[in-house]
Design a protein around this ligand. Structure first.
Ligand SMILES: *Cc1c(COP(=O)(O)O)cnc(C)c1O
Length: 476
């Protein structure tokens, strides 16, 4: 299997070459040359693999279709090491829970940081360690986080050989729980840098350091952001796991509703569907930051600046430029790299928008690819959290609430189960749960009292030179 760029670059690469890279050289995103097609017999084998041998075996079978430069025995061992009941809390890894007539929740948030990003990041940590060792190389991951991504990256990379993490975050602006999660890590290869500023200051610092190409090369600076193909591929697996749990035979279909921000999670659903997994519809749920909902309703993709990005109570979806969206548009345009490039590098740069409403291909987004969309607001979140608690005794987090609200509006054919992906646990967003229910959410036992643990963090002014000097000092 070889990988190409969504912007038409002629190079083709193997999996491990793009694993450690970010964007393709022309600024595009990597995708496989084609999506491997599964037939009924293979799906039956996958069903059996999940039920008899577990999630790790299912992951191995699917990843094998996309990775031809890691020996099978090694890949199997990496999957087995990643997807364990110890790390993910249950043997099923992503158990399905029935909520109401036709509606199910797929739990993706029982990993170390209680958000679905662990599903991919834990595998990425093991893949990075494996590949860096094989090459005799090192990598220093530099990132900016306002919460979920940074902690998932740190928990995935802690103690890994050949990898260091330098994670910037806005000083004093994350919740006490999120700070405790990250800063209590005592691993030597994990560095928390709290910047006296806001999230944008952290991001500017990361950009400035990455644009200093000499520094970047000398200190082997890399990233783990959501455009990484390996993260997306790891997410494809749980669409299969959801399907085989919700169905008994391969002629049944299911639909998924996905709380979305950067379009990474639901793009993995698009890949699974393109492989032939019987998915009827893929429903994009957004919060007040509704760029994606607007596109699927109107054909106009209009990115917003940070001034027009709302701070909401589902903060991991406060995104106004969906970094993985280009992958879907490339497929929608019949994999035309030149057109994709014109839209994403020319039109978006110049006008901040593009318009496919008059293009007959836009109708394919729903008709051929199954996409629908909807949006949810703070009031909807509160009502959905309250209603789900009162009727079923189940507490859901704010992002999952956006998903449940939109899923209820898109249920469709009662014979087709609608699966909502649960993207975080409520304890991460305790304030809003308190507002909705009048009491705090339950805290998993392993997180009891983490706010009191010793913290390992360096506070710094928002100054690129100081961050560079810190990295230099800790790369000896
Ligand atoms: C990252 C995140 C999302 C959004 O996922 P995308 O892949 O960016 O669309 C939704 N919910 C939670 C809790 C997240 O951490």
């Amino acid at each position: 299997m070889l990988y190409l760029s969504t912007r038409g670059h002629p190079d083709r690469k193997h999996f491990c070459d793009i694993l450690l890279e970010g964007l393709a050289p022309d600024g595009g995103l990597y995708l496989p040359e084609h999506y491997p097609q599964i037939d009924g017999a293979f799906l039956t084998r996958l069903r059996k693999a999940y039920h008899d041998q577990g999630y790790a075996e299912l992951a191995f079978q699917i990843l094998s279709l996309y990775i031809d430069d890691i020996p099978a025995a090694d890949l199997k061992a990496l999957c087995a090491k990643t997807y364990t009941a110890e790390v993910f809390g249950t043997g099923e890894i992503v158990p399905l829970r029935h909520l109401e007539e036709g509606l199910w929740l797929e739990a993706l948030s029982n990993g170390p940081t209680l958000a679905f990003k662990d599903m991919a990041m834990q595998l990425l940590g093991n893949l990075f360690e494996y590949e860096l060792k094989r090459r005799g190389e090192q990598l220093n991951i530099l990132g900016a986080t306002s919460g979920d991504t940074g902690s998932a990256a740190e928990y995935a990379m802690r103690g890994k050989e050949g990898v260091r993490v330098f994670m910037t975050s806005p000083h004093g602006r994350m919740s006490a729980f999120q700070q405790a999660q990250m800063f209590s890590l005592q691993d030597e290869n994990i560095h928390n840098i709290a910047i006296e500023g806001v999230f944008d200051d952290c991001q500017d610092i990361v950009k400035a350091v990455s644009n200093d190409l000499e520094f970047k090369r000398k200190y082997k600076i890399g990233t783990v952001n959501s455009i990484n193909w390996a993260r997306l591929l790891a997410q494809v697996v749980y669409y299969f796991a959801g399907y085989v749990q919700a169905t008994e035979t391969n002629d049944q279909k299911v639909s998924f509703t996905v709380p979305s921000g950067n379009f990474g999670n639901i793009c993995a659903g698009h890949v699974a569907r393109s492989m032939g997994l019987p998915i009827a519809r893929l429903v994009v749920a957004t919060n007040e930051n509704d760029v994606l909902d607007e596109f699927f309703r109107t054909g106009v993709y209009r990115v917003r600046g940070s001034a027009d990005t709302h701070e909401t109570s589902s903060p991991s979806m406060d995104i106004s430029k969906a970094s993985n969206f280009e992958r879907f548009v490339f497929d929608l345009l019949g994999r035309n790299g030149q057109r994709t490039k014109a839209l994403f590098s020319a039109a978006l740069q110049t006008y901040g928008r593009f318009d496919l409403s008059a293009d007959p291909l836009f109708a394919d987004a729903a008709a051929k690819y199954g996409f629908e969309s909807g949006k949810s607001t703070h009031a909807d979140r509160l009502a959905t959290i309250r209603d789900t608690y009162n009727r079923f005794g189940v507490t859901i987090d704010t992002h999952t609430a956006d998903g449940v609200k939109v899923a209820r509006e898109h249920r469709g054919d009662p014979a087709v189960p609608m699966i909502v992906l649960e993207t975080a646990l409520p304890i991460k967003f305790a304030e809003t749960i308190q507002e909705a229910l009048g009491h705090a959410p339950e805290r998993p036992a392993r997180f009891a009292g983490i706010e009191a643990l010793p913290k390992r963090v360096q506070v710094m002014p928002a100054d690129v030179q100081l961050v560079k000097a810190y990295i230099e000092r800790h790369c000896q």
